[in-house]
Design a protein around this ligand. Structure first.
Ligand SMILES: Cc1cc2nc3c(=O)[nH]c(=O)nc-3n(C[C@H](O)[C@H](O)[C@H](O)COP(=O)(O)OP(=O)(O)OC[C@H]3O[C@@H](n4cnc5c(N)ncnc54)[C@H](O)[C@@H]3O)c2cc1C
Length: 454
Protein backbone atom coordinates (compact mmCIF):
# COMPACT_ATOMS: atom_id res chain seq x y z
CA UNK A 1 0.00 0.00 0.00
CA UNK A 2 1.57 3.26 -1.07
CA UNK A 3 1.22 6.70 0.39
CA UNK A 4 -2.51 6.59 0.86
CA UNK A 5 -2.38 7.80 4.46
CA UNK A 6 -3.33 11.41 3.76
CA UNK A 7 -6.25 10.37 1.63
CA UNK A 8 -9.95 10.02 2.27
CA UNK A 9 -12.39 7.24 1.39
CA UNK A 10 -14.32 8.17 -1.72
CA UNK A 11 -16.96 6.65 -3.98
CA UNK A 12 -17.78 2.99 -3.20
CA UNK A 13 -15.15 2.92 -0.44
CA UNK A 14 -12.27 3.62 -2.88
CA UNK A 15 -9.32 5.30 -1.15
CA UNK A 16 -8.30 8.53 -2.86
CA UNK A 17 -4.75 9.80 -3.00
CA UNK A 18 -3.42 13.26 -3.84
CA UNK A 19 -0.17 11.62 -5.04
CA UNK A 20 0.15 8.19 -6.64
CA UNK A 21 -0.63 4.55 -5.93
CA UNK A 22 2.65 3.46 -7.54
CA UNK A 23 5.24 4.72 -5.08
CA UNK A 24 5.77 6.39 -1.72
CA UNK A 25 6.85 10.00 -1.46
CA UNK A 26 10.56 10.19 -0.69
CA UNK A 27 11.63 11.43 2.73
CA UNK A 28 15.21 12.36 1.78
CA UNK A 29 14.48 15.71 0.10
CA UNK A 30 17.30 17.46 -1.71
CA UNK A 31 18.16 20.82 -0.11
CA UNK A 32 16.59 24.20 -0.89
CA UNK A 33 18.90 26.83 -2.40
CA UNK A 34 20.12 29.77 -0.39
CA UNK A 35 21.26 33.11 -1.78
CA UNK A 36 22.83 33.36 -5.24
CA UNK A 37 23.86 30.36 -7.35
CA UNK A 38 25.63 30.26 -10.69
CA UNK A 39 25.58 27.46 -13.26
CA UNK A 40 25.83 26.70 -16.98
CA UNK A 41 22.29 25.42 -17.32
CA UNK A 42 19.31 25.60 -14.98
CA UNK A 43 16.58 23.01 -15.51
CA UNK A 44 13.14 23.91 -14.14
CA UNK A 45 11.00 20.87 -13.27
CA UNK A 46 12.04 17.40 -12.12
CA UNK A 47 9.74 15.09 -14.08
CA UNK A 48 11.05 12.62 -16.67
CA UNK A 49 11.90 15.43 -19.09
CA UNK A 50 13.78 17.61 -16.59
CA UNK A 51 15.62 14.72 -14.92
CA UNK A 52 16.66 13.17 -18.23
CA UNK A 53 17.80 16.56 -19.58
CA UNK A 54 19.82 17.33 -16.44
CA UNK A 55 21.47 13.90 -16.40
CA UNK A 56 22.43 14.16 -20.06
CA UNK A 57 23.77 17.71 -19.68
CA UNK A 58 25.90 16.55 -16.75
CA UNK A 59 27.21 13.67 -18.91
CA UNK A 60 28.24 16.32 -21.44
CA UNK A 61 30.24 18.00 -18.65
CA UNK A 62 27.88 20.95 -18.05
CA UNK A 63 27.45 22.44 -14.58
CA UNK A 64 23.71 21.89 -14.04
CA UNK A 65 21.23 23.06 -11.41
CA UNK A 66 17.78 21.39 -11.31
CA UNK A 67 14.94 23.16 -9.49
CA UNK A 68 11.80 21.24 -8.55
CA UNK A 69 8.87 22.67 -6.61
CA UNK A 70 7.89 19.38 -4.93
CA UNK A 71 10.25 16.43 -5.26
CA UNK A 72 11.57 14.94 -8.47
CA UNK A 73 8.79 12.73 -9.79
CA UNK A 74 5.98 14.62 -8.03
CA UNK A 75 4.08 15.36 -11.26
CA UNK A 76 2.62 13.08 -13.92
CA UNK A 77 5.87 11.11 -13.97
CA UNK A 78 5.03 9.11 -10.80
CA UNK A 79 1.29 9.02 -11.39
CA UNK A 80 0.79 7.73 -14.91
CA UNK A 81 -0.64 4.41 -16.07
CA UNK A 82 2.75 2.99 -17.02
CA UNK A 83 2.21 2.41 -20.76
CA UNK A 84 5.58 2.73 -22.45
CA UNK A 85 4.14 3.33 -25.89
CA UNK A 86 5.53 4.11 -29.32
CA UNK A 87 2.32 5.95 -30.28
CA UNK A 88 1.65 9.62 -30.84
CA UNK A 89 -1.37 11.18 -29.16
CA UNK A 90 -4.45 11.62 -31.35
CA UNK A 91 -6.29 9.53 -33.90
CA UNK A 92 -3.86 8.45 -36.67
CA UNK A 93 -6.31 9.41 -39.41
CA UNK A 94 -6.62 12.92 -37.96
CA UNK A 95 -2.82 13.18 -37.66
CA UNK A 96 -2.48 11.97 -41.24
CA UNK A 97 -4.91 14.67 -42.39
CA UNK A 98 -3.23 17.42 -40.38
CA UNK A 99 0.41 16.41 -40.87
CA UNK A 100 0.54 14.19 -43.98
CA UNK A 101 4.10 15.19 -44.90
CA UNK A 102 5.44 15.23 -41.35
CA UNK A 103 3.84 11.95 -40.23
CA UNK A 104 6.74 9.59 -41.05
CA UNK A 105 9.14 11.83 -39.08
CA UNK A 106 6.73 12.02 -36.14
CA UNK A 107 6.17 8.25 -36.18
CA UNK A 108 9.94 7.67 -36.20
CA UNK A 109 10.31 10.09 -33.26
CA UNK A 110 7.63 8.26 -31.21
CA UNK A 111 9.03 4.84 -32.06
CA UNK A 112 12.57 5.83 -31.16
CA UNK A 113 11.29 7.43 -27.93
CA UNK A 114 9.98 4.04 -26.75
CA UNK A 115 13.23 2.31 -27.64
CA UNK A 116 15.32 5.08 -26.04
CA UNK A 117 13.44 4.88 -22.76
CA UNK A 118 13.72 1.10 -22.75
CA UNK A 119 17.50 1.50 -23.13
CA UNK A 120 17.59 4.18 -20.42
CA UNK A 121 15.90 1.80 -17.94
CA UNK A 122 18.56 -0.81 -18.78
CA UNK A 123 21.50 1.62 -18.72
CA UNK A 124 20.57 3.05 -15.30
CA UNK A 125 19.51 -0.44 -14.09
CA UNK A 126 16.20 0.91 -12.80
CA UNK A 127 14.00 -1.80 -11.32
CA UNK A 128 10.54 -0.68 -12.45
CA UNK A 129 8.83 -4.01 -13.22
CA UNK A 130 9.17 -3.40 -16.95
CA UNK A 131 7.41 -6.01 -19.13
CA UNK A 132 8.11 -5.54 -22.88
CA UNK A 133 4.62 -6.73 -23.87
CA UNK A 134 3.75 -4.02 -26.37
CA UNK A 135 0.31 -2.37 -26.14
CA UNK A 136 -2.94 -2.62 -28.11
CA UNK A 137 -5.33 0.10 -29.22
CA UNK A 138 -8.32 -2.23 -28.90
CA UNK A 139 -11.82 -1.75 -30.30
CA UNK A 140 -15.01 -2.44 -28.35
CA UNK A 141 -17.40 -2.12 -31.33
CA UNK A 142 -17.35 -3.16 -35.00
CA UNK A 143 -17.15 0.55 -35.95
CA UNK A 144 -14.06 1.02 -33.79
CA UNK A 145 -12.60 -2.22 -35.20
CA UNK A 146 -12.88 -0.92 -38.78
CA UNK A 147 -11.28 2.33 -37.63
CA UNK A 148 -8.35 0.54 -35.97
CA UNK A 149 -7.79 -1.57 -39.11
CA UNK A 150 -7.63 1.60 -41.20
CA UNK A 151 -5.38 3.29 -38.60
CA UNK A 152 -3.00 0.32 -38.55
CA UNK A 153 -2.60 0.70 -42.34
CA UNK A 154 -1.96 4.48 -42.02
CA UNK A 155 0.63 3.93 -39.30
CA UNK A 156 2.39 1.12 -41.17
CA UNK A 157 2.60 3.29 -44.29
CA UNK A 158 4.23 5.97 -42.12
CA UNK A 159 6.77 3.41 -40.89
CA UNK A 160 5.34 2.45 -37.47
CA UNK A 161 6.09 -0.94 -35.94
CA UNK A 162 2.42 -1.96 -35.58
CA UNK A 163 0.06 -4.63 -36.89
CA UNK A 164 -3.69 -5.14 -36.97
CA UNK A 165 -4.75 -8.09 -34.78
CA UNK A 166 -8.02 -9.92 -34.11
CA UNK A 167 -9.08 -10.03 -30.42
CA UNK A 168 -9.60 -13.66 -29.42
CA UNK A 169 -6.69 -15.19 -31.28
CA UNK A 170 -4.47 -12.52 -29.79
CA UNK A 171 -5.46 -12.98 -26.15
CA UNK A 172 -7.47 -9.85 -25.49
CA UNK A 173 -10.44 -9.90 -23.08
CA UNK A 174 -13.62 -11.13 -24.81
CA UNK A 175 -15.26 -7.70 -25.03
CA UNK A 176 -12.35 -6.33 -27.10
CA UNK A 177 -12.60 -7.23 -30.78
CA UNK A 178 -9.05 -6.53 -31.92
CA UNK A 179 -7.05 -3.50 -32.91
CA UNK A 180 -3.61 -1.99 -33.48
CA UNK A 181 -0.83 -3.93 -31.76
CA UNK A 182 2.13 -1.65 -31.01
CA UNK A 183 5.06 -4.04 -30.84
CA UNK A 184 7.52 -1.67 -29.14
CA UNK A 185 7.32 -0.84 -25.45
CA UNK A 186 5.13 -2.39 -22.80
CA UNK A 187 4.12 -1.83 -19.20
CA UNK A 188 6.03 -0.65 -16.15
CA UNK A 189 5.68 0.90 -12.70
CA UNK A 190 6.09 4.64 -13.42
CA UNK A 191 6.58 5.52 -9.77
CA UNK A 192 9.58 3.19 -9.52
CA UNK A 193 10.86 4.53 -12.84
CA UNK A 194 10.57 8.18 -11.70
CA UNK A 195 12.19 7.49 -8.34
CA UNK A 196 14.90 5.43 -10.08
CA UNK A 197 15.69 8.42 -12.28
CA UNK A 198 15.66 10.62 -9.16
CA UNK A 199 18.17 8.31 -7.43
CA UNK A 200 20.45 8.51 -10.51
CA UNK A 201 20.10 12.29 -10.49
CA UNK A 202 20.92 12.64 -6.78
CA UNK A 203 23.99 10.42 -7.30
CA UNK A 204 25.16 12.55 -10.26
CA UNK A 205 26.99 15.87 -10.45
CA UNK A 206 23.70 17.73 -11.02
CA UNK A 207 22.97 20.14 -8.15
CA UNK A 208 19.36 19.26 -7.39
CA UNK A 209 17.08 21.45 -5.26
CA UNK A 210 13.64 20.27 -4.18
CA UNK A 211 10.72 22.08 -2.52
CA UNK A 212 11.96 24.99 -4.64
CA UNK A 213 9.42 26.77 -6.81
CA UNK A 214 10.65 28.89 -9.69
CA UNK A 215 8.66 32.14 -9.62
CA UNK A 216 10.09 33.81 -12.71
CA UNK A 217 12.77 33.48 -15.38
CA UNK A 218 14.33 36.70 -16.67
CA UNK A 219 16.36 36.34 -19.87
CA UNK A 220 19.19 38.74 -20.70
CA UNK A 221 21.81 39.07 -23.43
CA UNK A 222 24.25 36.49 -22.03
CA UNK A 223 22.04 34.25 -19.91
CA UNK A 224 19.04 34.29 -17.63
CA UNK A 225 18.20 34.84 -13.97
CA UNK A 226 15.92 32.28 -12.36
CA UNK A 227 14.02 33.57 -9.33
CA UNK A 228 13.22 30.97 -6.70
CA UNK A 229 11.83 31.10 -3.20
CA UNK A 230 14.80 32.23 -1.12
CA UNK A 231 17.30 33.03 -3.85
CA UNK A 232 18.34 33.44 -7.48
CA UNK A 233 20.13 31.24 -9.98
CA UNK A 234 22.29 32.84 -12.67
CA UNK A 235 22.48 30.51 -15.66
CA UNK A 236 23.82 30.75 -19.17
CA UNK A 237 20.75 28.90 -20.37
CA UNK A 238 17.50 27.62 -18.90
CA UNK A 239 15.40 24.56 -19.77
CA UNK A 240 11.70 24.66 -18.91
CA UNK A 241 10.49 21.11 -18.22
CA UNK A 242 7.40 22.23 -16.35
CA UNK A 243 4.84 20.30 -18.42
CA UNK A 244 1.20 21.01 -17.44
CA UNK A 245 2.34 23.58 -14.88
CA UNK A 246 4.02 25.75 -17.52
CA UNK A 247 1.34 28.41 -17.68
CA UNK A 248 2.23 29.46 -14.10
CA UNK A 249 5.45 30.90 -15.51
CA UNK A 250 5.15 34.17 -17.46
CA UNK A 251 8.18 33.24 -19.61
CA UNK A 252 6.43 30.12 -21.01
CA UNK A 253 4.82 30.79 -24.39
CA UNK A 254 1.17 31.77 -24.10
CA UNK A 255 -1.32 28.98 -24.86
CA UNK A 256 1.50 26.41 -25.16
CA UNK A 257 -0.31 23.84 -23.01
CA UNK A 258 -3.75 23.22 -21.55
CA UNK A 259 -3.63 21.31 -18.26
CA UNK A 260 -6.02 18.36 -18.19
CA UNK A 261 -6.66 16.24 -15.09
CA UNK A 262 -6.81 12.51 -15.73
CA UNK A 263 -7.64 9.79 -13.19
CA UNK A 264 -6.76 6.15 -12.50
CA UNK A 265 -8.46 3.44 -10.43
CA UNK A 266 -6.95 0.16 -9.23
CA UNK A 267 -8.92 -2.94 -8.23
CA UNK A 268 -8.29 -5.38 -5.42
CA UNK A 269 -6.13 -8.40 -6.41
CA UNK A 270 -7.88 -10.80 -8.81
CA UNK A 271 -7.20 -14.55 -8.90
CA UNK A 272 -5.10 -15.40 -12.03
CA UNK A 273 -7.66 -17.98 -13.21
CA UNK A 274 -10.44 -15.37 -13.12
CA UNK A 275 -8.30 -12.96 -15.11
CA UNK A 276 -7.52 -15.71 -17.66
CA UNK A 277 -11.26 -16.52 -17.90
CA UNK A 278 -11.87 -12.99 -19.23
CA UNK A 279 -9.78 -14.03 -22.26
CA UNK A 280 -6.91 -11.68 -21.33
CA UNK A 281 -4.18 -14.25 -21.70
CA UNK A 282 -1.56 -11.81 -22.99
CA UNK A 283 -0.40 -9.19 -20.50
CA UNK A 284 -0.57 -6.34 -22.99
CA UNK A 285 -1.86 -2.92 -21.98
CA UNK A 286 -5.17 -2.01 -23.61
CA UNK A 287 -6.25 1.43 -24.78
CA UNK A 288 -9.57 2.04 -26.52
CA UNK A 289 -9.90 4.34 -29.55
CA UNK A 290 -12.73 6.42 -28.02
CA UNK A 291 -12.56 10.20 -28.45
CA UNK A 292 -11.32 10.18 -24.85
CA UNK A 293 -9.54 6.88 -24.36
CA UNK A 294 -10.11 4.20 -21.74
CA UNK A 295 -7.13 2.19 -20.59
CA UNK A 296 -6.93 -1.18 -18.83
CA UNK A 297 -3.74 -2.89 -17.74
CA UNK A 298 -2.71 -5.74 -15.49
CA UNK A 299 -0.28 -4.85 -12.71
CA UNK A 300 2.43 -6.94 -11.06
CA UNK A 301 0.27 -7.02 -7.90
CA UNK A 302 -2.42 -9.10 -9.65
CA UNK A 303 -4.78 -6.13 -9.92
CA UNK A 304 -6.25 -4.29 -12.93
CA UNK A 305 -5.69 -0.58 -13.30
CA UNK A 306 -7.94 1.52 -15.49
CA UNK A 307 -8.40 5.16 -16.26
CA UNK A 308 -9.28 8.30 -18.23
CA UNK A 309 -12.84 8.50 -19.91
CA UNK A 310 -13.72 11.72 -18.06
CA UNK A 311 -11.23 14.57 -18.11
CA UNK A 312 -11.25 17.82 -16.15
CA UNK A 313 -9.56 21.12 -16.83
CA UNK A 314 -9.30 24.40 -14.94
CA UNK A 315 -8.34 28.01 -15.45
CA UNK A 316 -7.29 28.18 -11.78
CA UNK A 317 -4.11 27.01 -10.01
CA UNK A 318 -2.99 23.37 -10.34
CA UNK A 319 -2.75 22.50 -6.65
CA UNK A 320 -2.73 19.04 -5.06
CA UNK A 321 -5.94 17.27 -6.01
CA UNK A 322 -7.76 13.98 -5.51
CA UNK A 323 -10.03 12.21 -8.03
CA UNK A 324 -13.70 13.19 -7.87
CA UNK A 325 -16.60 10.84 -7.24
CA UNK A 326 -18.28 11.34 -10.63
CA UNK A 327 -15.09 10.38 -12.47
CA UNK A 328 -14.43 7.31 -10.31
CA UNK A 329 -18.07 6.16 -10.61
CA UNK A 330 -17.87 6.50 -14.40
CA UNK A 331 -14.56 4.63 -14.58
CA UNK A 332 -16.06 1.80 -12.54
CA UNK A 333 -19.06 1.65 -14.89
CA UNK A 334 -16.62 1.32 -17.79
CA UNK A 335 -14.66 -1.43 -16.02
CA UNK A 336 -17.84 -3.44 -15.39
CA UNK A 337 -18.93 -3.04 -19.04
CA UNK A 338 -15.56 -4.23 -20.37
CA UNK A 339 -15.11 -7.00 -17.75
CA UNK A 340 -18.67 -8.24 -17.03
CA UNK A 341 -17.43 -11.41 -15.30
CA UNK A 342 -15.54 -9.27 -12.75
CA UNK A 343 -18.61 -7.35 -11.58
CA UNK A 344 -17.96 -8.36 -7.95
CA UNK A 345 -14.33 -7.16 -7.96
CA UNK A 346 -13.95 -4.10 -5.75
CA UNK A 347 -11.90 -1.03 -6.60
CA UNK A 348 -9.40 -0.20 -3.89
CA UNK A 349 -7.72 3.09 -4.75
CA UNK A 350 -7.70 6.02 -7.11
CA UNK A 351 -5.50 8.99 -7.93
CA UNK A 352 -4.86 11.31 -10.84
CA UNK A 353 -2.54 13.89 -12.29
CA UNK A 354 -2.19 16.79 -14.71
CA UNK A 355 -1.18 16.15 -18.28
CA UNK A 356 -0.19 18.89 -20.72
CA UNK A 357 -2.25 18.97 -23.90
CA UNK A 358 -1.15 21.04 -26.88
CA UNK A 359 -3.51 22.41 -29.51
CA UNK A 360 -1.50 20.58 -32.22
CA UNK A 361 -1.64 17.27 -30.28
CA UNK A 362 2.12 17.12 -30.85
CA UNK A 363 4.89 17.45 -28.27
CA UNK A 364 6.72 20.76 -28.48
CA UNK A 365 10.30 21.93 -28.03
CA UNK A 366 11.83 25.26 -28.87
CA UNK A 367 13.17 28.57 -27.57
CA UNK A 368 10.71 30.60 -25.45
CA UNK A 369 13.03 33.63 -25.28
CA UNK A 370 16.75 34.21 -25.71
CA UNK A 371 18.59 31.51 -23.70
CA UNK A 372 15.34 29.94 -22.42
CA UNK A 373 14.30 26.61 -23.98
CA UNK A 374 11.40 24.24 -23.43
CA UNK A 375 10.59 20.54 -23.96
CA UNK A 376 6.98 20.00 -23.07
CA UNK A 377 3.59 18.56 -23.86
CA UNK A 378 3.59 14.90 -24.76
CA UNK A 379 -0.22 14.85 -24.54
CA UNK A 380 -0.46 11.92 -22.16
CA UNK A 381 2.29 9.98 -23.97
CA UNK A 382 5.30 11.27 -22.06
CA UNK A 383 6.48 8.07 -20.40
CA UNK A 384 8.49 7.24 -23.49
CA UNK A 385 8.63 10.69 -25.07
CA UNK A 386 9.48 13.05 -22.18
CA UNK A 387 12.84 11.45 -21.25
CA UNK A 388 13.70 11.29 -24.95
CA UNK A 389 12.72 14.89 -25.66
CA UNK A 390 14.61 16.11 -22.58
CA UNK A 391 17.69 14.19 -23.71
CA UNK A 392 17.52 15.45 -27.30
CA UNK A 393 17.23 19.05 -26.09
CA UNK A 394 20.19 18.50 -23.74
CA UNK A 395 22.29 17.23 -26.67
CA UNK A 396 21.41 20.31 -28.70
CA UNK A 397 22.30 22.65 -25.81
CA UNK A 398 25.60 20.80 -25.36
CA UNK A 399 26.48 21.65 -28.94
CA UNK A 400 25.48 18.53 -30.84
CA UNK A 401 23.69 18.96 -34.17
CA UNK A 402 19.92 19.03 -33.86
CA UNK A 403 18.78 15.40 -34.00
CA UNK A 404 16.19 14.68 -36.69
CA UNK A 405 13.74 13.52 -34.02
CA UNK A 406 14.09 16.85 -32.19
CA UNK A 407 13.69 18.67 -35.50
CA UNK A 408 10.41 16.74 -36.00
CA UNK A 409 8.81 18.53 -33.03
CA UNK A 410 10.85 21.76 -32.90
CA UNK A 411 8.86 25.02 -33.04
CA UNK A 412 10.69 27.75 -34.91
CA UNK A 413 8.50 30.39 -33.19
CA UNK A 414 6.92 30.16 -29.71
CA UNK A 415 3.41 30.85 -31.01
CA UNK A 416 0.51 28.55 -30.27
CA UNK A 417 -3.08 28.35 -31.47
CA UNK A 418 -5.87 28.52 -28.88
CA UNK A 419 -6.91 25.15 -27.48
CA UNK A 420 -10.35 23.68 -28.09
CA UNK A 421 -10.16 21.90 -24.73
CA UNK A 422 -12.54 23.34 -22.15
CA UNK A 423 -14.98 21.92 -19.62
CA UNK A 424 -17.88 21.94 -22.16
CA UNK A 425 -15.85 20.36 -25.01
CA UNK A 426 -14.44 17.66 -22.72
CA UNK A 427 -17.95 16.91 -21.50
CA UNK A 428 -19.24 16.80 -25.10
CA UNK A 429 -16.49 14.33 -26.09
CA UNK A 430 -17.32 12.09 -23.12
CA UNK A 431 -21.06 12.23 -24.00
CA UNK A 432 -20.34 11.27 -27.62
CA UNK A 433 -18.32 8.28 -26.43
CA UNK A 434 -21.14 7.12 -24.17
CA UNK A 435 -23.68 7.47 -27.00
CA UNK A 436 -21.49 5.42 -29.35
CA UNK A 437 -21.06 2.79 -26.59
CA UNK A 438 -24.84 2.59 -26.17
CA UNK A 439 -25.43 2.24 -29.91
CA UNK A 440 -22.77 -0.50 -30.17
CA UNK A 441 -24.29 -2.32 -27.20
CA UNK A 442 -27.78 -2.23 -28.78
CA UNK A 443 -26.49 -3.49 -32.14
CA UNK A 444 -24.59 -6.29 -30.40
CA UNK A 445 -27.72 -7.35 -28.42
CA UNK A 446 -29.90 -7.30 -31.53
CA UNK A 447 -27.39 -9.49 -33.41
CA UNK A 448 -27.06 -11.93 -30.50
CA UNK A 449 -30.85 -12.25 -30.16
CA UNK A 450 -31.39 -12.80 -33.89
CA UNK A 451 -28.70 -15.51 -34.10
CA UNK A 452 -28.45 -17.22 -30.69
CA UNK A 453 -25.76 -19.68 -31.89
CA UNK A 454 -23.25 -17.01 -32.72
C1 LIG B 1 -2.98 9.75 -14.62
C2 LIG B 1 -1.98 9.83 -15.76
C3 LIG B 1 -1.81 8.73 -16.59
C4 LIG B 1 -0.86 8.80 -17.62
N1 LIG B 1 -0.58 7.66 -18.33
C5 LIG B 1 0.44 7.66 -19.21
C6 LIG B 1 0.87 6.45 -19.82
O1 LIG B 1 0.38 5.37 -19.51
N2 LIG B 1 1.85 6.52 -20.76
C7 LIG B 1 2.45 7.70 -21.08
O2 LIG B 1 3.32 7.72 -21.97
N3 LIG B 1 2.13 8.86 -20.46
C8 LIG B 1 1.15 8.86 -19.52
N4 LIG B 1 0.84 10.00 -18.85
C9 LIG B 1 1.60 11.22 -19.16
C10 LIG B 1 3.00 11.21 -18.55
O3 LIG B 1 2.93 10.91 -17.19
C11 LIG B 1 3.61 12.59 -18.78
O4 LIG B 1 3.59 12.90 -20.17
C12 LIG B 1 5.03 12.68 -18.29
O5 LIG B 1 5.15 12.27 -16.96
C13 LIG B 1 5.50 14.11 -18.44
O6 LIG B 1 6.77 14.25 -17.86
P1 LIG B 1 7.32 15.70 -17.61
O7 LIG B 1 8.66 15.58 -17.04
O8 LIG B 1 7.17 16.50 -18.84
O9 LIG B 1 6.26 16.36 -16.57
P2 LIG B 1 5.93 16.10 -15.04
O10 LIG B 1 6.19 14.73 -14.59
O11 LIG B 1 4.57 16.64 -14.81
O12 LIG B 1 6.99 17.00 -14.30
C14 LIG B 1 6.95 18.40 -14.27
C15 LIG B 1 7.61 18.83 -12.97
O13 LIG B 1 7.84 20.23 -13.00
C16 LIG B 1 7.67 20.72 -11.68
N5 LIG B 1 7.40 22.14 -11.79
C17 LIG B 1 6.42 22.72 -12.52
N6 LIG B 1 6.47 24.06 -12.41
C18 LIG B 1 7.54 24.33 -11.61
C19 LIG B 1 8.12 25.54 -11.14
N7 LIG B 1 7.61 26.73 -11.43
N8 LIG B 1 9.20 25.47 -10.33
C20 LIG B 1 9.75 24.25 -10.02
N9 LIG B 1 9.23 23.08 -10.45
C21 LIG B 1 8.14 23.12 -11.23
C22 LIG B 1 6.48 19.90 -11.16
O14 LIG B 1 6.43 19.89 -9.74
C23 LIG B 1 6.73 18.54 -11.75
O15 LIG B 1 7.43 17.68 -10.88
C24 LIG B 1 -0.12 10.00 -17.84
C25 LIG B 1 -0.29 11.08 -16.98
C26 LIG B 1 -1.20 11.01 -15.96
C27 LIG B 1 -1.36 12.19 -15.05
Amino acid sequence: MHDMAASGAGFAGVTYSAFSGWADRPTDFAPMPEGELTCDIAVVGGGYAGMAAALRLAEHGADVVLLESGFCGWGGSSRNAGYLSNALAGDPQLLNTLYARRLPGLVRYADEAARFTERLIGRLAIDCDYEPTGNVIAAVSPGQLRRTERNAAILRRAGADVEFVEGRGFGLPHTFLGGVFERAGGLLNPGKFALGLRAALLASDVRTYERTTVRAVEPHASGAVVHVTGGRVHAERVVLATNAYSRDLAIAPRRMVTPVWTSLVETEPIAPERLAATGWTRRTGIITPHTILENYRPTPHGTIMFGTRRLRTTRGPLGAREPDDAVVADLLRGFHERFPSLGDVAARRAWGGWIAMTSSLLPVAGEAAKNVFYAIGCNGHGLAQSPYLGTLLADRLAGDRTHEDLAAVWRPRPRFAPSVLSTPTLHAAWTLDRISDRVAHRVHRRRTLSSPNR
